[in-house]
Design a protein around this ligand. Structure first.
Ligand code: SAM
Ligand code: SF4
Ligand code: SF4
Length: 336
């Protein structure tokens, strides 16, 4: 089994299929203008599939497609079809902002997609517009229900919680997900990328989120799925569903992090907070054999020592954390 320097196996692959997005969420992609990656530098579906196959041969079991907004990539169902056919892949999922899901979900399902995570930070249409700058809540709700009607399951809803912005949306989102049978996942606001001006004052901790929900709807902790999922899950004591919290800042899970990332322009990245990636596109376009690509990936994974969130917590606890001192790859090209 391929393991890194801390004995963590390689199990999950997050593939960013594009750096472009139709939203401008304040916590992710707040600027109006970005220098987009040149189209010819974006990996083709054949290149992505080849890399995924080789990564599966080295231990990857789950693939998540993300971005940017994955549904703005033309013909995404063609990629899903290719990935769904790969032997040894146990799980294929998509994370989307949902805006284009209503019109695309049938094609995605037919191509082999079984489940989806949809981001929705508030049910207040005005606030939704402010948080995403360009988003239309009705389109996203339409996408969520279209996914449900198409039979995708489970449908997980993701909300990043930002203090003073949408912390009062926690209970409405819980009630919405309980009513319709969705699994709500709250995400602690993180200092991803370099432009969201993160400060710890904007963070609402897992502890606070759970206390708020528990005081209204009693919860029982279930724990992490298979001991390693980012989300700590809770079930409602009345049996009506479950929720989870991804506490990357206050309860980091680097010790069990088995995630590899592939950027839209073909870089292998071993941590969400990496400063640089390893160019596998150059290798593949230069004619490397499968064996050479596998060896390249293996040697990167074997040397992996990332534990950024663990280190951040230590620094936050000693009041010595300055996010601006760490230049990171932007979330949009990384695939959150
Ligand atoms: N565009 C898609 C979407 O929004 O679902 C997929 C890409 S997005 C980068 C993936 C996930 O990262 C989303 O659930 C988003 O809410 C989350 N995310 C983005 N910025 C974040 C931040 N600063 N802290 C925590 N989560 C963040
Ligand atoms: Fe786009 Fe998703 Fe980032 Fe929002 S979180 S700006 S939808 S990539
Ligand atoms: Fe994994 Fe890096 Fe996140 Fe730690 S900070 S859980 S190593 S991606």
């Amino acid at each position: 089994m391929l393991v890194d320097a801390y004995q963590r196996p390689i199990k999950d692959l997050r593939i960013s299929v594009t750096d472009r997005c139709n939203f401008r969420c304040s916590y992710c992609m707040p600027l109006d203008h970005y220098e987009w990656i040149d189209k010819k530098e974006i990996l083709t579906f054949e290149e992505i599939t080849r890399f995924a196959k080789l990564a599966i041969e080295l231990g990857v079991e789950k693939i998540r497609l993300t971005g940017g907004e994955p549904l703005v990539r033309q013909d995404l169902p063609l990629l899903i079809e290719k990935l769904a056919a790969l032997e040894g892949l146990h799980d294929l999922c998509l994370t989307t902002n949902g805006a284009l899901l209503g019109e695309r979900v049938q094609a995605l399902k037919q191509a082999g997609l079984r489940r989806v995570n949809i981001s929705i930070d508030t049910l207040d249409a005005e606030k939704f517009k402010q948080m995403t700058k360009r988003g239309d809540l009705d389109k996203v709700l339409e996408g969520i229900f279209a996914a449900k009607d198409a039979g995708l399951a489970p449908i997980k809803l993701n909300a990043v919680v930002e203090r003073g912005v949408n912390d009062d949306d926690i209970i409405p989102l819980v009630e919405f997900s309980r009513e319709h049978g969705f699994a709500m996942r709250f995400i602690e606001y993180m200092d991803v990328g370099n432009s969201n001006n993160w400060t710890s004052a904007k963070l609402v901790s897992k502890k606070e989120i759970i206390e708020k929900i528990h005081s209204r709807y009693a919860l029982r902790e279930i724990g992490r799925d298979q001991g390693s999922a980012p989300s700590v899950d809770y079930e409602f004591a009345d049996g009506r569903g479950d929720i989870g919290v991804i506490a990357s800042v206050t309860e980091p899970f680097c010790g069990s992090c088995t995630r590899l990332r592939l950027t839209a322009d073909g870089k292998i990245v071993t941590c969400l907070f990496s400063q640089l990636g390893h160019d596998v596109k150059g290798l593949m376009r230069g004619g490397a054999t499968d064996e050479e690509v596998r060896t390249f990936l293996s040697s990167i994974w074997q040397k992996r020592t990332d534990r950024y969130s663990d280190e951040r917590l230590t620094a936050l606890n000693s009041a010595s954390y300055y996010p601006k001192n760490h230049r990171k790859i932007e979330m949009i090209s990384l695939g959150g």
